[in-house]
Design a protein around this ligand. Structure first.
Ligand SMILES: [Zn+2]
Length: 330
């Protein structure tokens, strides 16, 4: 009788031209299959490093059985076309496809969504335009590709049945992790990083007729709920999207949750001291040194305001121009 052999997991650390530094791709490999989890962005030195890293494992791009994308952010997906050109199928959650078509209709949808959202957050016109640009500048590292096979939570990988697909919304909405139910290993994407807390990006929901009318996600609340689920699993080695693999996931999650609670308390204090402030005013007061990353601090601030509002600690008032003002509720 054949005994199932656990596949080996190899980390390929790829340098990128982005402020994030390096990004990881992982190779999950047995004698019969080679699965590449994430692939870096579309930048020639990054692509060359990926091909060289695979070659060290004796794998050419066309030998890859499948590419699995943890989520749609450009630093994880931009080089997918390198494999797709060689008929390697791409697997991802539904929704990831919307990130793989730079210049396509979903880019327009997101553009309209952020334009409308930033107006309600009270951004001056010039800063609103710059904030929208931050997102689209990243697209130069993207390339067009197509998800061939949609994965769903609870399914297992066809080649490695011990690996279960988990939905891990927070950092991104369409985000998966791959959990080895036998060994407790977890390929987690950007949902949990060893050295920095992940940003829970606000996103449009994808079910509206246009981005302008799209509802938005409460990403930080989704993120916290998912972190608590992950903390309750018995995990061994965690393979993150950035940084070195690590152990002790539940301690790290406990630390992240506490850091968020502290930040929540200081946001509440800020709203109390600045009654009627817009989210933009609160964000730039809280993060005075991050004005070059305005889309990031807006997303972060909105997350804490959502949380306080969900708990009934703050309330909003919309003025005649559609701008939302925030007040302490007690
Ligand atoms: Zn990401």
């Amino acid at each position: 009788m054949l005994t199932a052999v656990q596949p080996d997991v190899f980390r390929l650390e790829l340098q990128t031209p982005l402020p994030v530094g390096s990004v990881n791709a992982f190779v999950v490999k047995s004698a019969d299959a080679v699965v590449l989890v994430d692939c870096g962005l579309n930048h020639q030195p990054t692509r060359d490093a990926l091909v060289a890293g695979l070659a060290q494992l004796g794998v050419r791009p066309e030998d890859v059985t499948a590419v699995v994308l943890t989520h749609g952010h450009v630093d994880h997906v931009g080089a997918a076309s390198l494999f797709q050109e060689k008929d390697v199928p791409i697997y991802a959650l539904p929704g990831v496809q919307t990130w793989l078509q730079p210049g396509g209709p979903w880019e327009q949808y997101r553009l309209e969504f952020f334009d409308a959202l930033y107006r309600t957050m009270g951004l001056p016109d010039a800063i609103r335009e710059r904030a929208k640009q931050e997102f689209f500048l990243l697209q130069k590292w993207n390339d067009r590709s197509v998800v061939n096979v949609e994965l769903h939570p609870g399914e297992t990988l066809p080649w490695f049945p011990d690996y279960e697909v988990l939905h891990v919304p927070g950092h991104a909405q369409a985000a998966l992790a791959l959990w080895n139910r036998v060994t407790g290993e977890l390929l987690v994407g950007d949902q949990l990083l060893p050295h920095v807390s992940s940003n829970a990006f606000v996103e449009p929901k994808l079910n509206a007729s246009s981005g302008r009318t799209a509802d938005r996600t409460r990403s930080l609340l989704d993120y916290r709920e998912n972190l608590r689920e992950l903390a309750n699993m018995s995990l061994t080695t965690v393979y993150p999207g950035h940084g070195a693999p690590f152990q002790g996931a539940s301690e790290l999650i406990g630390q992240r949750l506490r850091e968020q609670e502290e930040r929540r308390a200081s946001f509440f204090e800020l709203v109390r001291l600045r009654p009627g402030a817009t989210a933009f005013e609160l964000a730039t007061t809280y993060f005075p040194r991050h004005l070059h990353q305005v889309s990031l601090i807006l997303s972060e601030s909105l997350g804490y305001l959502d949380w306080l509002e969900a708990d009934g600690d703050v309330r909003t008032q919309v003025d005649e121009t559609g701008v939302v003002h925030w007040y302490s509720a007690h």
